[in-house]
Ligand binder design. Structure first.
Ligand SMILES: Nc1ncnc2c1ncn2[C@@H]1O[C@H](COP(=O)(O)OP(=O)(O)OP(=O)(O)O)[C@@H](O)[C@H]1O
Ligand SMILES: [Mg+2]
Length: 270
C-alpha cells in the first residue's frame, strides 16, 4: 500500500498537467497567463486531495494499530489486575495502591478509545455517516453541556467513504471550534439532499466569527475545512454576526458519491 501512494500523487499531478496541455490552446498573453493559473490551481487541488486521502489512510492505520495492539495489551493488563485484586492482601496501603492502578488503567483504556476514535471514527465504518454524526452530536452535547441538534435523514446520507469522511471531518472541526471559541448555548447541524446536491449547515448562537478570525495565519481548522470542500468541488460560506456563526456548504454529488451497496432497496430508485 505504501508503494502506491507516491505513485498516486505523481499520477494525479501528471493527469492534471496533461489535461491542461490538451485543453484549448491559449492565443494571447493574457489567455496564456490565465490558462497557467488555472493549470496550477488544478494541479494543486489534485495534489491536496491525494494528500488528504493519504492522511486519512494513515489515520485509519494508526487507529487500527492503537486499538488492536495497545488496546489489547491494556485490556489484558486489566484482567490481570482484577485477578490480583482478588488475592488476599496484607495491608490497606497495598489494597489502595492496587485500586488506584486499576482506576488509572481504566482511564488509559478510555483515553485510547477516544484518541483512536478521533483518528478514525469507528461509527463511520459501522453505521455510516448518519450514525457517526449522531455519535458525534451526542458526545459533543454530553462533554460540553451545549444543546446540539442534528436534522438529517439517514437514507439521504448513504455516501461513499470519501464523501462521508469529508463531511464527518467538517462537522467535527466545526464542533471543536464551537466548543473552543463560540461561547454558544445551542448548535444546529442540518443536512439535506435535493436532487444531486447535498446542503450542510452548521449554526451556533455564540459570539459570532469575525472577518479577522478567518484570516489568522496560524489557524488551520477553517483552511482545512475549505480545502476539503473544494477538493470535492463544493462551495463553502462562513458568516458571523452578533447572533452567532453559520457555515453553509453546497456539495454536488456525482453518481459515484452514493454508496449504492449500502442503500436500502426502497431508496435505490431515487
Ligand atoms: N464557531 C465559532 N464562533 C466564534 N469564533 C470562531 C468559530 N469558529 C472559529 N472561530 C474563530 O476563527 C478562528 C479560526 O478558526 P480555525 O479553526 O481556523 O483555527 P483555530 O480553531 O484557532 O485553530 P486550529 O488550527 O487548531 O483549528 C478561531 O481562532 C476563532 O477565533
Ligand atoms: Mg479550529
Amino acid at each position: 500500500m505504501s508503494m502506491s501512494r507516491p505513485l498516486l500523487v505523481a499520477a494525479l499531478i501528471l493527469a492534471a498537467h496533461f489535461a491542461w496541455r490538451l485543453d484549448a490552446r491559449p492565443t494571447t498573453l493574457a489567455e496564456q497567463r490565465e490558462a497557467d493559473a488555472r493549470a496550477r490551481m488544478a494541479g494543486r487541488r489534485a495534489t491536496d486531495s491525494a494528500l488528504e486521502n493519504i492522511r486519512e489512510e494513515e489515520r485509519a492505520h494508526i487507529a487500527r494499530e492503537l486499538h488492536d495492539d495497545l488496546g489489547q495489551l491494556l485490556a489484558t493488563l486489566r484482567v490481570d489486575m482484577s485477578l490480583l485484586m482478588r488475592q488476599p492482601v496484607a495491608d490497606d496501603a497495598t489494597r489502595d495502591l492496587l485500586a488506584g492502578m486499576d482506576g488509572r488503567l481504566l482511564s488509559a483504556i478510555t483515553s485510547l478509545r477516544r484518541i483512536a476514535s478521533n483518528l478514525r471514527p469507528h461509527a463511520l465504518d459501522e453505521g455510516g455517516l448518519y450514525f457517526a454524526l449522531q455519535s458525534l452530536r451526542h458526545e459533543f452535547a454530553e462533554r460540553h453541556g451545549i444543546v446540539c441538534e442534528l436534522a438529517a435523514r439517514e437514507d439521504e446520507l448513504v455516501l461513499n467513504d470519501r464523501y462521508s469522511t469529508a463531511l464527518f471531518r467538517i462537522v467535527q472541526e466545526s464542533l471543536t471550534n464551537i466548543a473552543r471559541h463560540a461561547q454558544a448555548r445551542h448548535v444546529r447541524i442540518a443536512l439535506r439532499r435535493h436532487r444531486a446536491t447535498l446542503y450542510l449547515t452548521i449554526e451556533d448562537d455564540g459570539r459570532g466569527i469575525a472577518q479577522a478570525d478567518m484570516e489568522k495565519p496560524t489557524s488551520f481548522g477553517l483552511l482545512g475545512m475549505r480545502e476539503r470542500v473544494w477538493a470535492i468541488r463544493g462551495d463553502i460560506a462562513i458568516t458571523g454576526s452578533h447572533r452567532g456563526t453559520r457555515i453553509e456548504i453546497h456539495l454536488p454529488l456525482p453518481g459515484d458519491a452514493l454508496d449504492i451497496g449500502k442503500l436500502p432497496n426502497a431508496h435505490r430508485a431515487n
